[in-house]
Ligand binder design. Sequence first.
Ligand SMILES: [Fe+2]
Ligand SMILES: [Fe+2]
Length: 138
Amino acid sequence: MFSWSWKDDYSIGIKTIDEQHKKLIEIAGKLEDMLHTGESLDYYDYIIEAINELKEYTEYHFRYEEEKLKEFNYPELEEHRIQHLYFVNRIGKLAMKDIDNDQLEVISETLDFLARWFFSHILKIDTKYVDYIDKNVD
Ligand SMILES: [Fe+2]
Ligand SMILES: [Fe+2]
């Protein structure tokens, strides 16, 4: 299973954005802790809190990223924005699930989605704009 702690390999090389990605990992780490503590506790309030925090923080992060990319005239901004939109919708759906019925299931579904997102978006699509900025912005 993917470990929710920051590694230097995850750095895309832009300090403010790395800090924001770190914060996302930190929120996912809270969910992972709940998964490890297991079945016997009622996490309802914590899950809602963590999913809302995730939703709010990603919205903030995406806005920040999109504004930067606009500033730099990034040619693939639209595609990037669509991926962000997909993420926000998916998290929105998770937030609306019947959390009370299957708390651990919702947590592991959320973490699976986040891990996939981490590899397919942050480590691939986000690093693409870093290449562009390196080549085109002084
Ligand atoms: Fe990002
Ligand atoms: Fe992004």
